[in-house]
Write a protein that binds this ligand. Structure first.
Ligand code: SAH
Ligand code: SF4
Ligand code: F3S
Length: 470
């Protein structure tokens, strides 16, 4: 084949010419959106787009959006307002600017976005982003496109896989979506509506992706799913596998030194998964296991389908299997009907569990969810006051956990250059950011370090020569 007829553009292609289109992707929301943005970037790269970090340079701007709370959705419309001005200015100069909305706001609002935001050319839901290049072609012909179907085909089968160099440029840690969607229907939450029903990616597809990541130098993989521990697949033995089985298998992939997964629902923490925490050294001792509230009354109204006691017992079982595990969680304050007593129960469960990390939010009414219909909405000032108290407690627990690490020798995965020359930032097994004196050539290595101090959002360490394991 004569190479001079092939025009090939990619992030690493120095020959990318002046006519190359540039895309800027802004990501809102959760880790799954971060992963999706990368995959959309891959799909566009095979169409000749290069990615830019400068919005002003872009010919295509994508907003990969989040609908989880009212504020998250509002941010999108204010960004779209600004983009309208930018597009007008471009068009006045005879230049093109395409704007796309993807992700959960796209799924939830569809056509409405076109009505409210004249700048938008394409609206693509999370299940159809493999069709983005096609939608852009149609939009370029002057048709605004909305594609928010739950596609019958598997989008992952249709998405191009990233080349080694492209993966490598993203660093030594990576996300890998194994499951999407949610069947739990917590009464406050939009996710079952924006991401659809629970779907698991097949095992061979996951193993293939994990293998490619490892071969490109990735050392740590975080498996993603809205309910990641609801993952089910057919094992090579013909048996139905769960997330625990998947982790045992991934632990055998050469080069992958660390495994994590997020987010889990307490109802889907089965015995096999807990055994994996007991047995697998590469499964990091950190678990994000949201409880949302400590009050049984509120848990019931939220449709969480577990009690505070059941959650506590589960945490105990997990800790028995893996005593050094650090717990993380999500909390909502001010769910409709939450009394001061219910809120006290939440503080109590936090005290009992002791969280190393946590995320807490004021309840936000989401239209279309059962919670929005409930009477007894809690006044904003009460929510604010409860959130402040809860966050003070959670922050104290986080700081106490960080302090308890001082003096320990731990394994550190070196991830990226630090702010100062000669410094590298790494991750502790408990997901803390740690600064240490090391060479950037060591990035990707896992080295023993001694924690010597704590900062507001990170720890400080020095290389240790001792045996790791204290
Ligand atoms: N699948 C995960 C979480 C998905 S959303 C789970 O089952 O826990 C992430 C977090 O956002 C939730 O855990 C919850 O704490 C918060 N959240 C979801 N809907 C919310 C709402 N309407 N108002 C405030 N916080 C919300
Ligand atoms: Fe939302 Fe509940 Fe599903 Fe989590 S389990 S995504 S909080 S509905
Ligand atoms: Fe937001 Fe959708 Fe994730 S609503 S939190 S981007 S699943």
């Amino acid at each position: 084949m004569s190479t001079d007829t092939v025009i090939h553009h990619s992030e690493t292609d120095p020959g990318a010419g002046v006519n190359t289109r540039k895309v800027f992707i802004k990501t809102y929301g959760c880790q799954m959106n971060v992963y999706d943005s990368l995959r959309m970037g891959d799909a566009l790269a095979s169409e000749g787009y290069v990615q830019t970090e400068q919005m002003e340079d872009a010919d295509l701007i994508l907003l990969n959006t989040c609908h989880i709370r009212e504020k998250a959705a509002e941010k999108v419309y204010s960004a779209l307002g600004r983009l309208r001005e930018m597009k007008k200015a471009r068009e006045a100069g005879g230049q093109e600017l395409m704007v796309g909305v993807t992700g959960c706001v796209a799924q939830a609002e569809g056509e409405e976005i076109l009505r409210r935001a004249p700048a938008v050319d394409v609206v693509i839901g999370p299940q159809t982003y493999h069709r983005l290049p096609e939608a852009l072609r149609r939009a370029r012909q002057g048709n605004r496109v909305v594609d928010t179907e739950y596609a019958v085909e598997d989008k992952f089968e249709h998405l191009p896989t990233a080349e080694k160099a492209r993966i490598r440029s993203r660093g030594v840690t990576s996300f890998l979506t194994v499951q999407e969607g949610c069947d739990k229907f917590c009464t406050f939450c939009v996710v079952p509506y924006t991401r659809g029903a629970e779907v698991s990616r097949p095992l061979p597809q996951i193993l293939d992706e994990a293998q490619r990541l490892a071969e490109a130098g990735v050392r740590e993989v975080t498996l993603l799913g809205q309910n990641v521990n609801a993952w089910r697949g057919e094992g090579p033995d013909g048996r139905e596998w769960g997330l625990g089985d998947l982790l045992y298998r991934l632990a055998e992939v050469a080069g992958l030194a660390r495994l994590r997964y997020t987010t889990s629902h307490p109802r889907d923490m089965d015995d096999r998964l807990i055994e994996a925490h007991r047995d697998l050294r590469s499964l990091m001792p950190y678990l994000h296991l949201p409880v949302q509230s400590g009050s049984d009354r509120i848990l019931k109204a939220m449709n969480r389908r577990h009690t505070a006691q059941e959650y506590l017992r589960l945490v105990e079982r997990i800790r028995r299997a893996r005593p050094d595990i650090a717990m993380s969680g999500d909390f909502i304050v001010g769910f409709p009907g939450e009394s001061d007593e219910d809120f006290q129960d939440t503080l109590r469960i936090v005290e009992t569990v002791g969280y190393a990390q946590a995320f807490s939010f004021k309840y936000s009414i989401r239209p279309g969810t059962p919670g929005a219909e409930l009477a007894d909405q809690v006044p904003e000032d009460v929510k604010a006051e409860r959130l402040e108290r809860l966050q003070a407690l959670l922050l104290k627990q986080q700081a106490d956990f960080a302090k308890s690490c001082v003096g320990k020798v731990i394994d550190l995965l070196l991830e990226k250059p630090g702010r100062n020359e000669g410094q590298v930032i790494g991750r502790s097994p408990w997901l803390q950011s740690v600064n240490v004196d090391a060479k950037t050539s060591q990035i990707g290595d896992i080295i023993p370090v001694r924690i010597i101090g704590t900062g507001p959002n990170s720890l400080f360490a020095e290389p240790a020569r001792d045996v790791v394991g204290t």
